[in-house]
Design a binder for this molecule. Structure first.
Ligand SMILES: Nc1ncnc2c1ncn2[C@@H]1O[C@H](COP(=O)(O)OP(=O)(O)OP(=O)(O)O)[C@@H](O)[C@H]1O
Length: 888
């Protein structure tokens, strides 16, 4: 009888104190070769197997060697026929079996063909295990132990209680808390070692009764002896805060595997036989499956044995398998099958945990202790704490704080721009009065649909008697769009005054004009026309540019790229502008009194363009987002009116209003909201650009206009792809395409759209949520919104196109005109091919038609304050606009 060494005890105690132990480990696989039996010797059997070292067993019979079959097999340990069971136990089994005293489940089972030595081995293992457990108990008087014993036999999928005379089969149940349990299984509390012996003899007697009744089929039943140990510290015994360790060790003597091997080799046929040992067959399958990794379903439930042993097979237990072999040549096939099983088993891992049973109070106490420990670790990170964990926590805190900082900066920037607007409004009014007295000025007045860019010597002339507020009285609101609340119907818009030097034909780069005329530095902000930021009131902006565009919150941590900086700056840099003025217009109230006259098309309204030499030809021959010359049921009368800026202005304004109003019935995103978002973003970018300029980081020698055509083409491609990737509204895409041209002056919008989308895509990729009008937006929700929008557009097909027009469209888009869902098929195709610019432009044309958006690129832009530069003297036709005019 073995005794537990002091070292072992320390290890087990450590496991208890630390509350760990076990963990993931491979099943321990040992092979035990028995000597030739008397019978075999009499039959002149030859021993063909030999253990050549402590881990390898070799098949010696070279005559019978068949190619393809291995001759050497290696395992954790192999034992020759003359070794003692004690050795087998001490060298591996003991460690696993005695894990049970540390609260870790364990299982030891013997596998092999009949008469290979399973029972011989397991008898010894059981004896040594129980003896060591008793020894351990005696050495640990400070702990109270409860030792229980049960025994069962499985034959032909019937589970019998070996401690009971009742032959009624036991049922296996799934308990939500305890897992798989065996109903009504007798569990005897052991008093002492002699009591166990007594119980074992009862088991043996029951087994023999069964054997008789089973008619020599004993080797075909599995016996499972189970010892369960519960232990708790004696001083806490019975108290509410006591903690108990509870675990079982299963000692399993399996049925002879020869039947199973037949089943494995013959397969389905054997299942039809009357002596199928389903448990052993399933055990083989489960082990094979587990040996290939824990992927997919493992069929534990296919047999009683695997159900009972499930924790031991890849679950919460430490497991050892002793495979027993007969060395006789006549059993070579069986032996090879056993070794095959052993090979699979050694690939299987289990994950044993300490099983702690705690009272609620003890649990709460332990959790409180854990919280306190973590808190103190955080406060005073000492050498004992886990630095990696601590670092992770700190990183998370930093990340959270950075996020908060970003959010606050965003809010601060918005507040700044608001204040700047207000300050500028006050300043402008004052300036304009002074300026007016001294000299006539040329102005481009943007009156948001109320007024046209015009040349005037007296800005007061722009205010009609219907104006709600007087500019001289101060505060102006930034122009947002047409569809504002009634309170905000009266909008103020910016006027840009041109410096005389520009009028006189001085064409300076922005950088030069800034450096030479510091007093007129607000010109850049003025030049963005409606995105005005008073230079004087600009505070240093954070390097993180963030804002809200169309409800999407965005931010980009980088400083603007040199390209972006120079682009936006030079976009206005072709003009030297002086202080802006503000004017007010009540474009909703009163009759529209401005004229979209031909002058605006053909003559410079500011006096600037007459001297503006224009861009190099190479730049003017820009890459275009060409729209194909297709007409989808266009209303020609409406077309001609809209296409000409010299046509009836009041109709134009009405129509524009209507676009935004009537859109509502189909839930179409309004042009106003689109423009507001775009402006807001561009404004922030311009602010950043101004700041960069103040820091003299701009390279004035570079003219970004030169490479703009190339850059436009690149950005256009990226934006189209990002629209698709971010499920951006088709209406938004259409507005963008129709309003934002390849004009260099629009470069800033291209830049900000690209940045916004890149940020959005990145947010989605990280599985994070963007914010839209205070509502969260995820990849999933954006997909849904896009689907809803397509449905809405599909409904509008009937409204906006006649039957003939629709049929023409179906034909063109390759859709069967008899198809039931042809409208939605068409809408699904829109914007689907990001590679094909013609497809994109056609898509935009159709969406524009569906939402009733008439194309007035420049006009819209100017009315909404999107233009960066004054209108050109000569309206060259290029880009989207020209083509679009033929579509609607
Ligand atoms: N290592 C060994 N050394 C000496 N004798 C052994 C050894 N292993 C087994 N034997 C003897 O071989 C015989 C068969 O052993 P055992 O009954 O343990 O086989 P088994 O695999 O349990 O068979 P079954 O599946 O039919 O129950 C027994 O007489 C046993 O004493």
């Amino acid at each position: 009888m073995g005794a537990i060494g002091a070292e072992d005890l320390m290890n087990w105690e450590k496991m208890q104190v630390m509350g760990n132990g076990g963990g993931e480990e491979k099943i321990l696989v040992m092979v035990r070769l028995r000597p030739l039996s008397e019978k075999e010797i009499t039959r002149n059997e030859v021993a063909d197997w030999e253990c050549i070292n402590s881990t390898t067993i070799l098949y010696r019979n070279s005559l019978q060697e068949r190619s393809g079959l291995p001759t050497a097999y290696s395992f954790d340990r192999v034992y020759r026929g003359d070794c003692k069971t004690r050795e087998v136990y001490d060298e591996g089994i003991k460690d696993i079996a005695l894990s049970v005293v540390g609260g870790i489940n364990s299982t030891v089972f013997a596998y092999g063909q009949t008469s290979s030595g399973k029972t011989y081995t397991m008898n010894g293992i059981t004896e040594y295990t129980v003896a060591d457990i008793y020894d351990y108990i005696q050495r640990h008087e400070e702990r109270a132990f409860v030792l229980k014993f049960s025994a069962m036999e499985i034959y032909n999928e019937v589970v019998r209680d070996l401690l009971s005379t009742d032959n009624t089969p036991l049922r296996i149940l799934d308990d939500p808390e305890k897992g798989t349990i065996i109903e009504k299984l007798t569990e005897e509390t052991l008093r002492d070692w002699s009591h166990l012996k007594e119980l074992l003899s009862i088991c043996e007697a029951q087994r023999q009764i069964g054997e008789t009744s089973l008619n020599e089929t004993s080797s075909r039943s599995h016996q499972i002896l189970r010892l369960t140990i519960e232990s708790s510290a004696r001083e806490f015994l019975g108290k509410s805060n006591s903690t108990t360790l509870a675990a079982s060790v299963n000692l399993v003597d399996l049925a002879g595997s020869e039947r199973a091997s037949q089943a494995l080799s013959v397969g389905q046929r054997l299942k039809e036989g009357c002596h199928i040992n389903r448990s052993l067959l399933t055990l083989g399958t489960v082990i094979r499956k587990l040996s290939k990794g824990r992927h997919g379903h493992v069929n534990y439930r296919d047999s009683k044995l695997t159900r009972i042993l499930q924790p031991a097979l890849g679950g919460n237990a430490r497991t050892a398998i002793i495979c027993t072999l007969s060395p006789a040549r006549s059993h070579v096939e069986q032996s090879r099958n056993t070794l095959l099983f052993a090979c699979c088993a050694k690939e299987v891992s289990t994950n044993a945990q300490v099983n702690v049973v705690m009272s609620d109070k003890a649990l709460v106490k332990q959790l409180q202790k854990e919280v306190a420990r973590l808190e103190s670790e955080l406060r005073t990170p000492g050498p004992t704490c886990d630095h990696a964990i601590l670092l992770r926590k700190k990183d998370m805190q930093i990340e959270k704080l950075e996020k908060e900082i970003r959010e606050l900066k965003k809010q601060r920037d918005l507040a700044h721009s608001r204040v700047e607007d207000l300050l500028q409004a006050a300043g402008n009014d004052k300036d304009s009065r002074i300026h007016k007295e001294n000299q006539p000025v040329y102005e481009t007045c943007r009156c948001n649909g109320k007024s046209n860019p015009l040349l005037s010597e007296n800005s007061e002339d722009h205010y009609s008697s219907d104006d709600i507020s007087d500019p001289s009285q101060g505060v102006e609101e930034p122009l947002i769009g047409i569809e504002e609340d009634s309170d905000e119907i009266c909008k103020e818009v910016r006027c840009i005054e041109m410096d005389e030097s520009v009028q006189n034909g001085t064409y300076e780069s922005f950088g030069q004009s800034v450096s030479e005329s510091h007093e007129s530095r607000p010109t850049l902000s003025d030049s963005v026309n409606g995105l005005i930021v008073e230079e004087e009131s600009l505070s240093p902006l954070p390097r993180v540019v963030s804002g809200v565009h169309n409800g999407y919150s965005y931010g980009h941590p980088d400083v603007l790229s040199p390209g972006a900086r120079s682009t936006s700056m030079t976009g206005s840099g072709s003009l030297k502008l002086t202080r802006s003025r503000s004017c007010r217009a009540n474009f909703m109230a009163g009759p529209p009194d401005f004229e979209m006259d031909e002058q605006s098309e053909s003559t410079p309204p500011t006096g600037l363009e007459k001297d503006f030499t224009g861009r190099p030809e190479g730049v003017l021959l820009r890459k275009q987002w060409k729209l194909p010359p297709v007409i989808y049921g266009a209303n020609s009368s409406k077309l001609s009116r809209n296409d000409s800026l010299s046509s009836d202005c009041s109709s134009f304004i009405d129509e524009l209003k209507n676009q935004n109003c009537t859109n509502g019935d189909e839930d179409i995103p309004t042009l106003g909201s689109f423009v507001a978002g775009l402006r807001e973003m561009a404004k922030l970018q311009v602010q950043e650009t101004v700041r960069q300029d103040e820091n003299n980081v701009r390279d004035v020698a570079l003219d970004p206009m030169h490479d703009w055509p190339l850059k436009f083409e690149k950005l256009q491609k990226l934006i189209i792809e990002l629209w698709k990737a971010c499920n951006v509204s088709l209406v938004h895409r259409t507005y963008f395409v129709l309003l934002i041209k390849d004009d260099f002056a629009d470069s800033i919008y291209m830049e900000v759209e690209h940045r916004r989308l890149s940020f959005l895509k990145e947010t989605f990729l990280m599985g994070k949520t963007a914010v839209q009008n205070g509502h969260s937006l995820t990849l999933g929700s954006s997909k849904k919104a896009l689907r809803r929008e397509r449905e809405m557009l599909s409904r509008l097909m009937r409204k906006r196109y006649t039957g003939d027009e629709r049929n023409r469209l179906y034909n063109e888009w390759g859709i069967n005109i008899n198809s039931k869902r042809r409208r939605s098929q068409l809408v699904q195709l829109l914007w689907s091919d990001t590679e094909n610019v013609e497809h994109i432009t056609k898509s935009a044309a159709i969406v524009a038609k569906l939402i009733g958006f008439s194309e007035h690129g420049q006009a819209h832009k100017e009315m909404f304050g999107l233009s960066f530069t004054p209108p050109r003297t000569s309206r060259r036709s290029f880009g989207w606009k020209n083509s679009m005019s033929s579509l609607l």
